[in-house]
Design a protein. Structure first.
Length: 322
């Protein structure tokens, strides 16, 4: 086929050769070129919609591997969270119970993170799985830190356990091996002077004036007071670890404020001072500034049968001595 093109001239009744300028040739070439490009793009779109390109196939394989890794990673996170919950439960219900410490409050363990949004850069990626995994990791880090702090506290408690055992009130405040000096105990009693039903926050031990009174645990003398009212002459011993004991209606003192005492040391003497109707010792145990029943704090002195007998004797009295 000839490359030249001709045009019929009706005036001369002959064919004239068409001569194209260089610019026209360039335009024609560009026209064909862009048509081929357009057709090729359409073909690529049609083919790629039915068949993945090698690059797309590679990306899909990477996504599949990442999803598998995320699933494995999240299973590992579940195991870590379960282990942390187990450790927290043992911490609160076993270890802290042994050392008579309050469980760590849930709000402390589950405390969030303050300040600015820590995940803003992840939210922009629209990757929900990445965002949720990052949040779970932060929570686990926080719980691990809190648990490590808790164990540090338990180590301190264990270090001080020997001191605490020596400090806890654990004997009777006067010599009472046969329990015959056991009088009015904890609970509602008829007040000996006011003749009204009133709660008796302590325990009374009858004994002659001058009978020795013992510190029931190691501690420091917090106060020594002389009075003709209420408790009369009294001593308060601060044992630490939240414990204090009070010894009232004394006839005399054998200690001074600030003095350190050991369990069994003589700190004073039974008397009949203050609001009292007979020589006796009124004894109280305070735990965390709250009065508690002293009957639970004679475990170094009493067997199970003696304990039962003391409870029986202390409840027989219808009225207290103070």
């Amino acid at each position: 086929m000839p490359n030249s093109k001709y045009k019929f001239n009706p005036e001369s009744l002959s064919y004239l050769k068409i001569e194209r300028s260089f610019k026209q040739k360039i335009l024609i070439f560009l026209g064909y070129f862009f048509v081929f490009i357009f057709i090729g793009a359409i073909g690529y779109v049609i083919i790629s919609s039915f068949h993945d390109t090698p690059k797309v196939k590679g990306l899909k394989r990477q996504i599949s591997v990442l999803q598998t890794n995320y699933e494995t990673f999240n299973k590992d996170l579940n195991n870590v969270e379960s282990l942390l919950e187990y450790l927290q439960e043992r911490d609160d219900n076993i270890y802290r119970t042994i050392f008579e410490a309050e469980p760590m409050h849930k709000s402390v363990r589950d405390a969030g993170f303050g300040g600015s949004n820590r995940y803003s850069n992840l939210e922009m990626t629209d990757q929900e799985v990445v965002l949720q995994t990052a949040k779970r990791l932060d929570k686990i880090r926080k719980k691990i830190y809190v648990q490590s702090v808790s164990y540090d506290e338990l180590i301190d408690l264990a270090t001080n356990k020997e001191k605490m055992v020596a400090a806890v009130p654990a004997i009777q405040p006067i010599s009472n091996k046969d329990l015959t000096r056991t009088a009015s105990g904890w609970g509602y009693r008829i007040h000996p002077i006011y003749k009204i039903r009133k709660f008796h926050y302590g325990m009374d031990f009858t004994a002659p004036t001058g009978t020795e009174v013992y510190a029931t645990g190691d501690g420091t003398i917090e106060s020594v007071e002389s009075s003709k009212r209420g408790y009369g002459n009294k001593i308060v011993v601060n044992h630490g670890f939240g414990y204090k004991t009070l010894y009232a209606h004394l006839s005399g003192f054998n200690v001074k404020v600030g003095q350190n005492v050991k369990r069994g040391d003589v700190i004073g003497y039974v008397g009949n001072t203050g609001l009292s109707t007979a020589p006796h010792l009124h004894y109280e145990v305070h735990l965390n500034n709250k009065k508690v029943n002293p009957i639970n704090y004679y475990f170094n002195d009493l067997t199970a049968s003696e304990y039962d007998k003391m409870i029986e004797l202390s409840t027989k009295f219808g009225k207290s001595f103070d």
